[in-house]
Every structure is written in structure tokens, then in C-alpha cells.
Ligand binder design. Structure first.
Ligand SMILES: [Zn+2]
Ligand SMILES: [Zn+2]
Ligand SMILES: [Zn+2]
Length: 209
């Protein structure tokens, strides 16, 4: 059963050949999306292609190569966008509660960055030999290079993914602005960014093992 859509309200000009859809599929996603979304509004173009705006803000349309996937029920084990689900239910588009569906929402700033924030910076402790250094932000060792132009030359560590010992984030600025004072990493706002506690391996109870 199709669900009712809200009008695709906009401040921009819309040509007369674009149609506002009043009903759409209950769930939809493109092939590359990791979860199902719900449509808030939709439009039909003169060539018959539909484009939906999900409650969470994503645009989901069909291209020639990849039609959007639609579903009346979410297949077992597949994920549903929690923002879409909550808003669709809250706005009355969906009468049922989420019962049984697996909702997901990943606040972006909670996950560590893909690139260590110490990359290409001088937050380092040189390792003997001088060609590599320890990244103070994540604890991994990587090569160092001369970087920057003639006006701000610096020796910095190469770009790298964060190591296992990535410092804990500032509650306000997360991993955006690490700096250090005498080798201790902190946020530029002054809050500490401590390294994670290293798991001590308990000494073996058996002597001489
Ligand atoms: Zn969504
Ligand atoms: Zn690092
Ligand atoms: Zn901070």
C-alpha cells in the first residue's frame, strides 16, 4: 500500500511539467544505501522518473542504470533509517510503531575520523634514525617528511589512518583540533585529550613459564 506524501514545498522555481506526487512507496533506498528510508515528498519528471525526498533529507531517485528499490516491508535483517522511521510515525504517515524493525542512526561526530588528526602535523616524537616518528595523537609510527612551502616549512608525519591508541576526543571539538604542550596532547580549547588506558597484561601466575 502506498503511503501519503507531504507536498514537496520549495522556495525555488519549479517548471510546469514537474508533477507533485501525493503517494509513494512505504520504504525505499538506492542500491548503494546501507539502510531503507521513507519518503516525505516526491516529484515526477516529464520522462516519468520519480524522485523522492526522504524524511532524513536524502534524495532518492532512479537513474537509467539503477532504479531505486522500493518495499512494502523491510526484508528480514535489513536496517531502517531511524530518522525517517521516527519522523514518518510522528507525522502520522505511518500508523504502526517501528515494532520489530531494526532502526539505526549513526551520529557522525561520534566515530573517529578516517584519517588520523595528527596526519601532516608536527604532533610527533622522533624515533631514532630520524626518518620516522611516533604520532602523539594515535601512537602509531610513520615516516616523517619535510612539508609546507618556503614560508611555513615543517617536518611532519605522513597522512595515516588513526592507530589503536587514538587519543580520546574533546567533548566539544571532538578530534578536530588536537595540539600538544610538551608532548601531552590536548584540544586547542585546553581540554585534555588523554590516550586510551593501555591494557596491562597480568603477570603469569606460574613461575618461570
Ligand atoms: Zn532516512
Ligand atoms: Zn596518528
Ligand atoms: Zn576542545
Amino acid at each position: 500500500m502506498p503511503v501519503a506524501l507531504l507536498p514537496p514545498t520549495t522556495g525555488s522555481t519549479v517548471t510546469l511539467d514537474i508533477e507533485a506526487l501525493t503517494a509513494g512507496p512505504r520504504f525505499l533506498r538506492t542500491r548503494t544505501m546501507s539502510r531503507w528510508h521513507r519518503p516525505r515528498s516526491g516529484t515526477r519528471r516529464p520522462d516519468g522518473r520519480d524522485c523522492f525526498t526522504a524524511w532524513c533529507g536524502y534524495s532518492i531517485g532512479s537513474s537509467d542504470r539503477a532504479p531505486a528499490l522500493t518495499a512494502e516491508e523491510v526484508p528480514d535483517g535489513e536496517l531502517v533509517c531511524a530518522t525517517c522511521e521516527g519522523r514518518a510515525i510522528g507525522a502520522g504517515q505511518e500508523q504502526q510503531t517501528a515494532g520489530g524493525r531494526q532502526l539505526v542512526f549513526g551520529p557522525r561526530e561520534l566515530t573517529p575520523p578516517k584519517t588520523c588528526p595528527g596526519s601532516r602535523r608536527h604532533l610527533i616524537r622522533p624515533v631514532r634514525g630520524g626518518t620516522t616518528a611516533l604520532c602523539l595523537v594515535c601512537g602509531d609510527t610513520h615516516p616523517v617528511r619535510a612539508m609546507g612551502g618556503p614560508y611555513n616549512p615543517r617536518i611532519a608525519i605522513v597522512q595515516h589512518p588513526p592507530g589503536a591508541a587514538l587519543v580520546q576526543p574533546c567533548p566539544f571539538h571532538r578530534w578536530r583540533q588536537p595540539t600538544h604542550t610538551e608532548g601531552t596532547v590536548h584540544c586547542t580549547c585546553g581540554r585534555p585529550m588523554p590516550a586510551p588506558a593501555v591494557k596491562e597484561t597480568a603477570p603469569c601466575p606460574t613461575p618461570n613459564c
